[in-house]
Design a protein around this ligand. Structure first.
Ligand code: RP5
Length: 172
């Protein structure tokens, strides 16, 4: 199923961008999390170095199009979140993609080490970071949307209820 067909149909409030098709396996977890919470979102490939004009267009028009938060995933010399943040006043949450060569440490350090003045909220490397970026984005939306606040409360309650009291043996 495509990214578009899994997204809620109303005007997107969160923009999920990534530097490459190869990032989608990770960033899909952000999209799936927002879908589960009923947060309208859009998904785009926007590369800071392969499609720089697309990035400028995306970031400079994001607020005017009604987006409230941007989640940006990138790997390697991961300048996409920082560049996006430099061109929009919206909160930007960066997801370091787990790269092959350096296991995402390159991505993490590239995203987290923003000089003071242009913030990027940096999450964990990989799937956990993608999920948490979406949860943070939903938390921002929840400040002005009681339905999303309720959805977040429910999400946490289900997570808590799913934790067993006693561990069991599992197949290796
Ligand atoms: C970055 O380069 C992307 O975010 C991706 O994580 C990495 C590798 O891209 P591909 O060579 O797989 O397209 O721009």
């Amino acid at each position: 199923m495509s990214a578009e067909s899994t997204a809620p149909t109303s005007a997107p409030l969160v923009g999920i961008i990534m530097g490459s098709q190869s990032d989608w396996a990770t960033m899909k977890h952000a999209a799936d999390t927002l879908t589960a919470l009923g947060v309208p979102h859009e998904v785009r490939i926007v590369s800071a170095h392969r499609t720089p004009q697309r990035l400028v267009e995306y970031a400079t028009t994001a607020r005017g199009r009604g987006l409230k938060v941007i989640v940006a995933g990138a790997g390697g010399a991961a300048h996409l979140p920082g560049m996006a943040a430099s061109m929009t006043p919206l909160p930007v949450f960066g997801v370091p993609i787990e790269s092959h060569a350096l296991k995402g440490m390159d991505s993490l350090l590239s995203i987290v080490q923003m000089p003071g003045g242009i913030p990027v909220g940096t999450l964990a490397i990989g799937k956990a970071g993608a999920i948490n970026a979406a949860l943070l984005a939903a938390s921002v939306i929840a400040l002005m949307d009681p339905a999303v606040a309720d959805a977040l409360d429910g999400w946490r309650a289900r997570q808590t209820a799913a934790v067993a009291d006693i561990p069991v043996d599992q197949p290796a």
